[in-house]
Each structure stands twice: as structure tokens, then as C-alpha cells.
Design a protein around this ligand. Structure first.
Ligand SMILES: NC(=O)c1ccc[n+]([C@@H]2O[C@H](COP(=O)([O-])OP(=O)(O)OC[C@H]3O[C@@H](n4cnc5c(N)ncnc54)[C@H](O)[C@@H]3O)[C@@H](O)[C@H]2O)c1
Length: 418
């Protein structure tokens, strides 16, 4: 990449790509959108209507042949991410990949091998890692505010049933993953929104490593209920067994090398209002609880900083009570935001306003910004290929674990230096 020139970016997969319009506008000094690639004529036409200067490709092969494209944002259906990323890297392009990075272990290894061999920048666009709350907590964890973190949890619980069937009654790619008789999707099919931030808090692939994982799933019930209520009676996906190849809810446990435990939940079928954040941390000196719904705020308790005295310091055995106990009372949660002066992440201090103008709680803007910086400086991206496959491989491992009645599966060591 010649210095002082914006990166010439192409977006493959114009639907999700469209939600980056504000972020692209804000980052126009770093990135020039030059091309769009989508197999749908309708999607290409919509882009060209608002951006007539763009090149529009109907095939990924033609896009990767274009020498005037420096980097590709792969935002196509999930099952294509690894294959298209490998193709783009082999064609001399840098890659920003939507989540999840790969759906099989073979794809994970191929991605690693291709990035190592070609040397181009590869980053996974895990935007949940960039939300204000998750970066705030990451800054706290890096400053050791929680002491030794022993347990962390994350969940992606989002009723996405309406994304399974097109308006004409045919299955979408999501529907194809979960209905019919294809490969099993009884596992954690979308782990990176929950695991990504947690892995960063725990220093996974830096000072700790995922060792093994097990998953249990519920029966499949809510998709059938929904399908019966919206589809004609004789539609194949309204049949009682149509969604039996998937599960409503998956619970995953992961053990780390340092002895921590991570708990993840994935549920894209059960009916309930959406809440984008389901996280928690327990450490030896503090704890964090994300909000349970939009009307709540995230909470934190830090020993010696938050109001009140730790329950462990109360006198159960005749030992002296700590000073201040009479006036302070029991330990109490406080609002995370009350600690902004001390722990707001520097990136949010500097770019919070711009971030909030773009999608997904600011994540879309900051992901794109960090990718552009990694490409132009040649530095390691903040979410590199090893993070991408370590977080994404939970999908195939969870399916294998479920098939073997919850048997723990070893997490591959994708980088021998970690
Ligand atoms: N990070 C996030 O917050 C977030 C949010 C939504 C979706 N996603 C991810 O983004 C990806 C896309 O999701 P979506 O909801 O936009 O899906 P979608 O089905 O709405 O859109 C996919 C687009 O890709 C196009 N496409 C299909 N095959 C193609 C090919 N071979 N080459 C080029 N274009 C092709 C389709 O025509 C369609 O326009 C998924 O992997 C999803 O997991 C991430």
C-alpha cells in the first residue's frame, strides 16, 4: 500500500455492508469505497442508486480480479466467509471478515495458513468488542481492577426467527443452516459476539488460552411454533420435524489454561425482547454485570472502591470488624459509568461521538477504523486471524460435543507461539 492514499475497499455482501455507510463516510480520509459485489441485482441496483460512481460486480471472482481494489470486506452469508477470505488473500487483497470467520475446523486452519503465507492483513469485524461497555470493562481488566478473573460469561440471545424464511416462502441461508436434513446445527452457531469481548478481558491468545469446551443444547421448539404460525399448513417448513436439526438454546462451557471458566449462551429462536449485551465477570477483587434490558445500566462492584464493605469482611467468627463498617454497611453495586474518569477506554474518549453516529453501539465505526489503521501501518490488527479462528471454532466444536452427549473437545492451538 502506498502511504498517504486511502485504502480502496470493496464490499461483498451488500445488505450488511449497507449498515457501514455512516462509518465509511466518517472515515473517508482513510477509506474509499470503490466497488460492491452482490449476487442480487436488486441489492447492486440499490447501491448504485445512492453511489453511482461504484463498480458493481455480480461475482466474487470478478471482484478479486480487479487490481484497483486493495481490500475486501466479506459480509456475505456466514458459510462463505472463510472460502471468500482465502480467495481474496490469495488474490493480493487485505480482508476484513464479518463474523463468524469460519464454520469448520478445516476452514479455520486454511485461513491461518493463508494469512501466514500471504502476509496480507486479515481482521475479523467483531463489532461487539468495540461497544463502549465492553471496551470500558476491557480497560478495567487490563488495569487489574477485578483482581484475578476466575469466571466470565457472555450470551447472544436474539429472536431471529423471521430471518429464516424469505417473503416468498423459500429458505434464507440462515434457514438452510437450521432446517432440513443438512449438517447438524445443534450447537453454538454464533459464538463470537459473546466470546470475543470475554476473550479480550481474559487475555486469551495473549496471557491465557482456551483449552477445552463442552456444549449442551435444548430441544428445537420455538422455530416450529413460529413456522406454523406464519407459513401455509402444507409448507415443508411448517412440518413438525422441519427444524429438528437445530436447537433453541445452546449452553457452552470453556476451560482456560489458567483455570478460568467461560460460560456462553446462544439462542436465536426463543421469543423475547432483544437485548444486545449479556455479559458478566467475577474476579477476586470485583465483579461486573451487564444490563438485562434497555432500561437498565451496567453495574460493577470493586472491593475498596465501590460503596460499602465486602461481605467477607463482616464479622461471622468474632474477628474484628473493619474500620468504616458501621458507617458504610454492606457492599453495593454501582453504575459502571460512575467510574468513567478512571476507566473509560481511551478509544471511546477520543472517538466516542463519531462511534455513536454509526451502527451497533459504535462498534461498526471502530472496527472499520482499526482495520484501516492495520492495513496502512502494516501492524497486527487488534482482532487477528488467531483470535478469529479461536473464537469461531467454538461452532464446529460445540456441534461435535453435542453429537457426543456433551463430551469435552480440545480447542486447537492455532498459533504454536501462544
Ligand atoms: N456483526 C454484526 O453485528 C452482524 C449483523 C448482521 C449480520 N452479520 C453477518 O453479516 C453476514 C451477512 O448477514 P446479512 O444479515 O446481511 O445476510 P443477508 O442474507 O441479508 O445478506 C447477504 C447478502 O450477500 C449476498 N450474497 C450471497 N451470496 C453471495 C456471493 N457468493 N457473492 C456475493 N454476494 C453474495 C446476498 O445477495 C445478500 O445481499 C452474515 O455472516 C452475518 O452473520 C453481522
Amino acid at each position: 500500500m502506498p502511504p498517504n492514499r486511502p485504502i480502496r475497499l470493496a464490499i461483498a455482501g451488500g445488505h450488511r455492508g449497507a449498515s457501514f455507510a455512516t462509518a465509511l463516510d466518517l472515515l473517508r480520509e482513510d477509506i474509499t469505497l470503490t466497488a460492491i459485489c452482490d449476487t442480487s441485482e436488486q441489492v447492486r441496483a440499490a447501491w448504485l442508486k445512492s453511489n453511482p460512481e461504484l463498480k458493481a460486480y455480480d461475482s466474487f471472482d470478478r471482484l478479486t480480479d480487479d487490481p484497483a481494489v486493495d481490500a475486501v470486506f466479506v459480509a456475505t452469508p456466514m458459510t462463505l466467509h472463510a472460502r471468500q477470505s482465502v480467495q481474496a488473500l490469495n488474490s493480493g487483497k487485505h480482508v476484513l471478515s464479518e463474523v463468524i470467520a469460519a464454520v469448520t475446523l478445516e476452514e479455520c486452519w486454511e485461513l491461518v495458513e493463508t494469512v501466514e503465507r500471504t502476509g496480507y492483513t486479515y481482521m475479523m469485524a467483531e463489532n461487539y468488542c468495540y461497544r463502549r461497555e465492553t471496551m470500558f470493562v476491557r480497560n478495567m481488566a487490563e488495569k487489574n481492577a477485578f483482581g484475578e478473573i476466575t469466571f466470565a460469561e457472555g450470551g447472544y440471545i436474539h429472536d431471529c426467527r423471521d430471518l429464516n424464511i424469505h417473503i416468498d416462502g423459500t429458505r434464507t441461508w440462515r434457514g438452510n443452516l437450521r432446517a432440513g436434513k443438512g449438517p447438524s446445527s445443534r450447537g453454538n452457531g454464533y459464538p463470537t459476539h459473546s466470546l470475543g469481548p470475554v476473550a479480550q478481558w481474559l487475555g486469551i491468545n495473549r496471557t491465557d488460552r482456551l483449552l477445552r469446551t463442552t456444549t449442551f443444547v435444548t430441544q428445537s421448539a420455538a422455530r416450529s411454533d413460529w413456522a406454523r404460525s406464519v407459513l401455509p399448513r402444507d409448507h415443508r417448513d411448517a412440518a413438525p420435524q422441519a427444524w429438528a436439526n437445530s436447537a433453541d438454546s445452546a449452553s457452552t462451557l470453556i476451560q482456560t489454561e489458567r483455570g478460568r471458566v467461560i460460560s456462553l449462551r446462544f439462542d436465536s429462536a426463543s421469543p423475547r425482547p432483544h437485548n444486545m449485551v449479556h455479559y458478566g465477570i467475577q474476579g477476586t477483587a470485583g465483579a461486573f454485570l451487564s444490563r438485562r434490558h434497555d432500561d437498565e445500566e451496567p453495574l460493577v462492584w470493586l472491593d475498596g472502591i465501590s460503596p460499602g464493605v465486602s461481605p467477607a469482611n463482616f464479622n461471622h467468627s468474632g474477628m474484628a470488624r473493619p474500620e468504616g463498617h458501621e458507617t458504610q454497611g454492606h457492599a453495593r453495586w454501582q453504575l459502571l459509568w460512575d467510574l468513567s474518569d478512571r476507566y473509560e477506554h481511551p478509544l471511546w474518549k477520543e472517538h466516542g461521538e463519531d462511534a455513536l453516529r454509526s451502527g451497533h453501539g459504535g462498534g461498526d465505526y471502530l472496527v472499520l477504523r482499526d482495520f484501516a489503521r492495520a492495513v496502512s501501518t502494516g501492524e497486527k490488527p487488534p482482532i487477528d486471524v488467531y483470535d478469529a479462528v479461536t473464537w469461531s471454532c467454538i461452532t464446529p466444536l460445540s456441534i461435535q460435543s453435542v453429537q457426543q452427549n456433551g463430551q469435552p473437545m480440545d480447542v486447537p492451538r492455532f498459533n504454536q507461539n501462544i
